[in-house]
Structures are given as structure tokens and as C-alpha cells.
Design a binder for this molecule. Structure first.
Ligand code: NAD
Length: 355
């Protein structure tokens, strides 16, 4: 029989619209929030999509700011805040991945603006009250209710252009949220349910997307899984895996989804020694020991497996290990600097984990 430990569950506070062609509902969702003028945000890469959305919104669009940048650097936030104020907007529409969503959150928490978020990757930021911002070479993460987006519109059509290599690493980034939620200290049965289904959905969808990026059914399943993963990230505290990714992203400018994809088998393999039962959903979905199975899965998808391929030097590993243990997150398995150095070294070389 299942054993239910005492728990707290805060609910799933955002309004979620999921489907195909749902972008068309953006104007109605802004009106539903009682807002009148939206600044549309994107990265330079997705500027054309942001401009098309602004034209579709007509008078409701207060302008487009298309300079969102990974890891939310403070200087970009300053420029965006100036654009937000000058435009007379009372809300933001973030169209894009975690970088664009992060910028929308940075504006919202400083101005009280509502956020309508239209995610186009699987990173999951849209479902969390977490904001990571980078200033002077260090990424600092905080939680606040003002950071959580009010409305999230998932439109499968917008994910069809997500290049397959990025879809794969972004999908593994999403799986990292679900995997760490399974052993989170503050997990609860609802988050565990979400994490379970999320892992199954992505385990099914990512191989199909790797074979055919135009597979709409798989893109839909992946986006659904990504929503659940985001909800797991928002509803439970993350541990060693996320700490190491924040360290490598914030202090070594490592790319976000690739870093998650490379580290995931190693961090989960490390923790599987301590909590194999809690990680059983990973083993069931992928077959085999959790870390090793995630490694084989990543290889089968053509995902990167070596930190050294992204500009991290061997000498950086010592500094990364020391930053990671200086202000650690709670983790189910205790660790010291030398254990982290060794884990990072395995990920740097792309060694298959044993557990
Ligand atoms: P991203 O937002 O930087 O996107 C990567 C690139 O892909 C960008 O150039 C983007 O324009 C492009 N792109 C995105 N969707 C596309 C699509 N459908 N078609 C074509 N191109 C597309 O990458 P990401 O991995 O989604 O986000 C990474 C950032 O999000 C990091 O800064 C990370 O810290 C943050 N993040 C925050 C949270 C949180 O809860 N606070 C959670 C996850 C990620």
C-alpha cells in the first residue's frame, strides 16, 4: 500500500491555455486580466514572431522589446524597464523560451505588471515564481509571488520551429525538474504525480521529435510534459542538479539547456545511490539505473554529453566545485567539494554514470 507522508500543497496558481492555434487567444487573455496595453518581449531571434503578435494585438500592443538575453543580465533588464515605462504598457507578453520569460518576470516584479506568457521551449520558467538574474558575473535566484506569471498560453504550433537539437536539450532540461521534484524535501503526492506523467510524456515524445521534428503529436506531448515539469519545478525545491547548472550558467556562461542535458545523468546517478526508490519513475520510463538510463537516453537523442565541448576548461572544475559547495541547496545525498569535483569531471569527460 502507498504510504502518504504529511505534506503541504499550494495549488497550481496560473491560468493555463493549452492547444494548437491558441496564440489567437492572447488579446482575450490580456482583456481578461483587465489590462489594456502590452509590451511584447522576445529574443532577437524571435523578433519577427513578436512583431507579428504585436500586429495581431493591434491597439493593445504598446511596442516590441526584442533584446531578451540568456541568464537575465541586469543591463538588459534596465533597458527593458525604460522601454516598458516609455511605452505606457500595463502588462507584458513574453513570447519565447526561458530567456524571454525571465525578462518578463524581471519587469513584472519591479513594476507590478501582469504577465501573459507564451512559452516556445520546454524550460518551464512560466510555471514558477523563481527569477534568476545575472549581475557582475554571478547569477542570483530568488522566489517571490510577484514573479509568477498570471496566464500561460501553450501553443503547440509555436514549438514546431524549435530546432531538434534545442528541443532535445530543452526536453532534458524539463526532465531535470521532474527528476529533482521526485526526491525534493518538500515534495507532495500531487507534484509526484505530475513529475511521473511528465517523465513518461518526455520519454515518449523526445525520441519521436529526434526522428522527425515535424511530428505534431510528439511536439504536443513534449509541450504537455514540459508544462508538468514546470509545475514540478514551481511546486518543489530543487537540489544538487539545479545548483550545479546555476553555477555553470551564472559563473561560467555555460548554455542553459545543454548544461542541464549534460549534467542530468551525473547528478541523478549521484543521488540514485541514496534514493533509488524515489527515482523509480525514471528507471521505469527509460529502463535501467536512473543515471545510466538518462545517459543512454541522451546519447540516443544525439544530445551533447561533455562539458568540455562548451568551453569549460579542466581548471574551471575546481572553481565550479568550490562555488557549488559554498552556498549549497539541500540534497538527498550529502556531498563535499571533492565529490562534486569528481561528478563534474565525469560530466566534463562524458563518462557514462554507473548508477
Ligand atoms: P532561450 O529562451 O534562451 O532560447 C534559446 C534560443 O532559442 C533563443 O535564441 C530563442 O529565441 C530560440 N527559440 C526559442 N523557442 C524557439 C522556437 N520555438 N523556434 C525557434 N527558436 C526558438 O532558452 P531556454 O532554455 O528556454 O531558457 C534559458 C533561460 O531560462 C536561462 O536563463 C534559464 O536560467 C532560464 N530559466 C529560468 C527558469 C525559472 O524558473 N526561473 C526555469 C527554466 C529556465
Amino acid at each position: 500500500m502507498m504510504r502518504i507522508e504529511p505534506f503541504a500543497f499550494a495549488g497550481l496558481p496560473s491560468r493555463v491555455i493549452f492547444g494548437s492555434g491558441t496564440l489567437a487567444q492572447s488579446g482575450a487573455e490580456i482583456a481578461r486580466l483587465g489590462r489594456k496595453r502590452a509590451l511584447v518581449l522576445s529574443t532577437p531571434n524571435q523578433k519577427a514572431d513578436a512583431e507579428a503578435l504585436a500586429s495581431r494585438l493591434g491597439d493593445v500592443a504598446a511596442g516590441v522589446f526584442a533584446e531578451a538575453t540568456m541568464h537575465t543580465p541586469s543591463e538588459v533588464t534596465e533597458q527593458a524597464l525604460a522601454a516598458f515605462k516609455a511605452s505606457g504598457a500595463d502588462c507584458v507578453v513574453a513570447l519565447g523560451g526561458g530567456s524571454t520569460i525571465g525578462l518578463g518576470k524581471a519587469i513584472a516584479t519591479r513594476t507590478g505588471a501582469d504577465q501573459v506568457v507564451i512559452p516556445t521551449t520546454y524550460a518551464g520558467s512560466e510555471m514558477t515564481n523563481i527569477l534568476g538574474e545575472t549581475a557582475r558575473g554571478e547569477k542570483v535566484t530568488r522566489r517571490d509571488p510577484s514573479i509568477l506569471p498570471e496566464t500561460v498560453i501553450y501553443d503547440v504550433d509555436l514549438t514546431l520551429t524549435l530546432p531538434v537539437p534545442l528541443a532535445v536539450t530543452s526536453g532534458l532540461n524539463a526532465m531535470a525538474h521532474a527528476a529533482e521534484a521526485l526526491y525534493a524535501r518538500d515534495r507532495n503526492p500531487i507534484i509526484t504525480l505530475l513529475a511521473n506523467d511528465a517523465i513518461r510524456a518526455l520519454a515518449d515524445a523526445l525520441p519521436a521529435i529526434a526522428r522527425d521534428g515535424g511530428d505534431r503529436t510528439a511536439r504536443g506531448t513534449a509541450l504537455y510534459g514540459a508544462w508538468l515539469c514546470g509545475a514540478a519545478l514551481g511546486g518543489a525545491s530543487m537540489a544538487l542538479h539545479h545548483k550545479l547548472c546555476h553555477t555553470l550558467g551564472g559563473s561560467f556562461a555555460m548554455p542553459h539547456s545543454e548544461t542541464h542535458a549534460i549534467l542530468l545523468p551525473h547528478t541523478i546517478g549521484f543521488n540514485a545511490v541514496e534514493v533509488p526508490e524515489l527515482l523509480r519513475p525514471v528507471s521505469s520510463a527509460l529502463g535501467g539505473a536512473p543515471g545510466a538510463a538518462l545517459f543512454d537516453f541522451a546519447v540516443s537523442l544525439g544530445a551533447p554529453t561533455r562539458l568540455k565541448d562548451f568551453g569549460l576548461s579542466e581548471a574551471d572544475l575546481d572553481r565550479a566545485a568550490s562555488i557549488a559547495v559554498a552556498n549549497p541547496y539541500w540534497n538527498p545525498r550529502p556531498f563535499d567539494q571533492s565529490a562534486i569535483r569528481s561528478l563534474l569531471r565525469d560530466a566534463w569527460e562524458g563518462r557514462r554514470p554507473a548508477h
